[in-house]
Design a protein around this ligand. Sequence first.
Ligand SMILES: Cc1cc2nc3c(=O)[nH]c(=O)nc-3n(C[C@H](O)[C@H](O)[C@H](O)COP(=O)(O)O)c2cc1C
Length: 254
Amino acid sequence: MILYFSATGNTEFVAKKLAEYMNDEVINLLERIRNKDYSEIHSDRPFVICSPIYVCEMPRFFADFIDKLELTGNRNVYYVFTSGGYAGIAAALGRKQAKRKGMVYRGRAEFRMPRNYPISRRYPLLPENEVLERIEDTKKKLPEVAKQIYNGERIKLRRLTYFEKIVTYPFNPVWVKYKHTAKPFHTTEKCMGCGKCARVCPLNNIKLVDKKPQWGNTCAHCMACMSGCPTESIEYGNITQDKYKYHFKKFCKD
Ligand SMILES: Cc1cc2nc3c(=O)[nH]c(=O)nc-3n(C[C@H](O)[C@H](O)[C@H](O)COP(=O)(O)O)c2cc1C
């Protein structure tokens, strides 16, 4: 059973491909997250939790959701992360989460996918050729990971260092608190008030007022609103206006 959250399509692609290769079921958890629906999901096959990485971890709202979600049946769990190249301490936290849930951690796979965060000055969006290269690399790697999970193998990647763990864990909440503000989000005249941004926000943080989106105080900077906007009318201060808005489906139709 493959469960995923994806804001800009990378994780969705990986999750659906794994499901296809493994002939397994796949569930997009967005609506459940929005509705705080933690009701039972049952699977006789191992659970595979697929997540993007935000600030070196699974998004905390997603990790919190998984904590509360009732998973019954098979007790094995794999984690699959998509990131811009560094998944930080997500694996260590996944292992702890599995333990809290009374499940058996079977390892994690990581896919280096295109960056999706135009607000970041340090990790800018990639040029098209690099985006396509990363997608191709992922396509090549997917069958092997699917085979490992399908065969119930333990997936072993490098061990995280103690230094990574002690530096990253306290860093995340501080960064998120000061940097993940929604205040600078606004729309340009291209906004037609369709409300898609509100519907794709995992935290229900966007309300339409007079057909214009207004952002509240809870924002994970996931970029679902910006990247899903059909008229590309959502900007963040003056940081994003000259940048393209990343969504996986703009680069790959698979
Ligand atoms: C708020 C935010 C923080 C991110 N932090 C990291 C990070 O710490 N390391 C990294 O490699 N990629 C980071 N990324 C990139 C995403 O993890 C990556 O592009 C991912 O594949 C997006 O998945 P999605 O398209 O399914 O939402 C970050 C992206 C966002 C929006």
